[in-house]
Design a protein around this ligand. Structure first.
Ligand code: IMP
Length: 428
């Protein structure tokens, strides 16, 4: 038995896609278990760039089965478009993809509701990806207006439930915003029945499939989306996503016990980024932040929004690491920090004059944080060709060690560029 989990420890976009892609070759199955097409994973393989949103990064490997498990919310139109793109550029998907019949489906009203809700929050908008993620998960938790992938194959009840839900949603939406055109249940039914037929060959009970895979000793890789600080229960609520995006979600989203996981890898960037609203203690609203944004190409994969950039926040990453129970970390985008005279790492917070290394549970407290920095010397060399730790300048190694010390878990993987080859495995 050998299972690995890859989890983001910050606010998402930690370059998990590359790490998952690197590890996929050592596994038989790759599982996406939470989130939806709000996630964006960029993988560079064979000189080609692939932008994945719902498909697990494992899909680029032809000898691996990719699973979209029960905890994911699926926009069928987006999924089919992504499958089509991958099939054209990377070869046929055939039986390499399995989709859970328990996964919930995103419908047009989810995007419409989200737009209304975000507008109503005004200055306190979450800054969501507008993909209907939160509203779909909301209906899932509410149970009355939710439809799962498997429900779409029972034509009679699917049509009846759609009519009821559309009638209800039209009432709510037009009351909230009279400008919204009511949805037509028949049109939605026709459209989604077509999607259901196209997806049908891939849909199974993935939970039982994974249970059997565990019994057979298959090697499973769990691919987290977003990051630990966006976790619905433990992140910077309400500026979070609507699923358990920390390690807490592996079990609930996949249906497989986390007891089978022997390697829990937490991925961090060498600095910190955040997209959307919410406090960000180490944010750099200056030319240093812009420099990092430009060098790191910090623009959202899904929405194209510029990401907010700042120094590495070890308090936040340590919290993410503990939440997710990681036993090693991968540090991505270290090359972006080359050519700084000095680099800063936030080692503690000061809140109302009190020093702490605990991550605050309330955003109003997080907004008051004064970061306490440790300053380290930078390095002036290009490190993108480094392949072993010894290739790195001593200052870069000190930076890596400091992150490990402050986060409480040492680094096993260092990424110094987007290509698969631009990776250092510390223990090999
Ligand atoms: P939602 O997931 O679209 O509801 O957005 C909620 C919050 O999570 C917003 O701040 C988004 O910017 C953020 N978010 C969602 N998905 C990602 C991601 O893949 N990377 C980084 N931030 C994300």
């Amino acid at each position: 038995m050998s299972a690995t989990s890859v989890i983001g420890l910050q606010w998402g976009d930690e370059a998990k896609g590359k790490i998952v892609d690197l590890l996929t070759g050592q596994h038989d199955i790759v599982v996406r278990y939470q989130g939806g097409n709000n996630a964006g994973h960029t993988v560079v393989a064979g000189g080609e760039t692939f932008k994945l949103s719902l498909l697990p990064a494992g899909i680029l490997h032809h000898d691996v089965v990719s699973v979209i498990a029960a905890g994911v919310v699926i926009n069928p139109q987006a999924l089919l478009a992504e499958m089509d793109d991958i099939a054209k550029r990377n070869g046929p998907i055939d039986h390499r993809l399995l989709i859970s019949d328990r996964a919930h489906v995103i419908f047009p009203w989810h995007m419409l509701e989200e737009a209304v809700l975000e507008r109503s929050r005004k200055d306190e908008a979450i800054g969501t990806t507008m993909r209907g993620i939160g509203t779909c998960y909301g209906d899932k938790a509410g149970r009355t207006h939710a439809i799962r992938v498997g429900d779409m194959f029972y034509n009679g009840s699917f049509r009846r439930r759609l009519s009821e839900i559309v009638a209800y949603k039209n009432k709510v939406l037009t009351a909230l915003d009279p400008q919204i055109d009511p949805l037509d249940a028949d049109t939605v039914y026709e459209e989604y029945s077509q999607y259901a037929q196209e997806l049908r060959p891939y849909v199974i009970d993935t939970t039982s499939y994974l249970h059997r895979a565990v019994d057979e000793g298959k090697r499973i890789l769990f691919e987290g989306a977003q990051g630990s600080l966006l976790d619905l229960d433990h992140g910077t609520f309400p500026f979070v996503t609507s699923s358990n995006s920390s390690g807490c979600g592996v079990h609930s989203g996949s249906g497989v016990s986390e007891r089978i996981i022997d390697r829990m890898i937490g991925v961090v960037k060498a600095y910190t980024t955040r997209v959307g609203g919410g406090p960000f203690p180490t944010e750099l609203n200056d030319e240093t932040g812009q420099y990092i944004r430009d060098r790191g190409r910090e623009y959202g994969t899904v929405t194209g929004r510029p990401r907010r950039c700042g120094w590495f926040d070890a308090v936040a990453a340590r919290y993410g690491a503990r939440l997710s129970g990681v036993n090693c970390i991968a540090i991505a985008l270290l090359d972006v920090l080359s050519n700084f005279d000095d680099l800063k790492i936030c080692e503690a917070y000061e809140i109302d004059g009190v020093r702490t290394t605990d991550f605050p549970s309330h955003v109003e407290m997080l907004a008051k944080v004064q970061p306490i920095y440790r300053t380290l010397s930078g390095w002036q060399a290009d490190i993108t060709a480094a392949r072993v730790l010894e290739d790195l300048p001593v200052e870069a190694r000190r930076y890596i060690d400091t992150i490990g010390e402050l986060v409480g878990v040492s680094a096993e993987i260092i990424s110094v560029g987007p290509d698969r080859e631009q990776t250092i495995f510390c223990n090999s």
